[in-house]
Design a protein around this ligand. Structure first.
Ligand code: TYD
Length: 199
């Protein structure tokens, strides 16, 4: 089973993923936790470019760096582990690209869909979308560390990203579980646990 976590900056994905790690450990469930961008060796190099706020990347340079990272990630980590019947959990995956590049950078949904099909990427079985207002997310992210290239974007960019996620949710309710990220971390995790549907 392939599970992904999605959400805007400061939506609390990392906290929930850490809860999930502990939960699986307790239950002795074997799972592989991974993230985008930057989980492969090449991806680590690509991540440095993507997050460097001193670089002025064009929208398509950004898009293809994201897909370059994803290609390495899928071939080196996701596919082999899914084939070995492991549970794979990724912090961000294709919905991030629809939201950030498709909508945020105005590249469009269709173009991204075409690339995904061409690359024959495995699709997630289940996605947890942590949703909250942009102002709250950015406030939380600001407390954490200095803003990277994406976090430094203007509010309008983040609003587009959030709205895109909500639209994707409306169109994929069978796959996506939307959770109100304004709730307490424990309440959010209760909802995640309830919706996991694994032994
Ligand atoms: P990261 O530091 O991993 O932060 P987060 O905790 O928010 O996941 O940064 C990853 C950044 O990459 C994040 O700001 C969103 C961006 N991103 C895209 O724009 N498109 C994508 O397809 C992916 C996977 C990430």
């Amino acid at each position: 089973m392939f599970i992904t976590f999605e959400g805007i900056e400061g939506s609390g994905k990392t906290t929930q993923i850490n809860f999930l790690k502990d939960f699986f450990k307790e239950k002795s469930i074997k799972a592989v936790f991974t993230k985008e961008p930057g989980s492969s060796k090449i991806g680590g190099e690509i991540r440095n470019i993507l997050l460097n706020k001193n670089l002025d990347l064009s929208p398509y340079a950004e898009l293809f760096l994201i897909f370059a990272d994803r290609s390495q990630h899928v071939e080196e980590i996701i596919k082999p582990n899914l084939s070995a019947d492991f549970l794979v959990i990724s912090d961000r995956y294709i919905d991030s690209t629809f939201a950030y590049q498709g909508e945020g950078r105005s590249i469009g949904h269709e173009e991204i869909s075409k690339i995904i099909k061409k690359m024959n990427l495995p699709l997630p079985d289940k996605t947890f979308l942590l949703d909250l207002p942009v102002s709250e997310g950015l406030k939380r992210a600001k407390k954490r560390a200095e803003f990277d290239r994406f976090e430094s974007e203007e509010i309008a960019f983040h609003e587009k990203v959030r709205n895109s996620y909500l639209k994707i949710y409306e169109e994929n309710k069978n796959r996506i579980i939307k959770i109100d990220a304004m709730k307490s971390p424990n309440k959010i995790f209760d909802e995640i646990e309830k919706n996991l549907e694994i032994e």
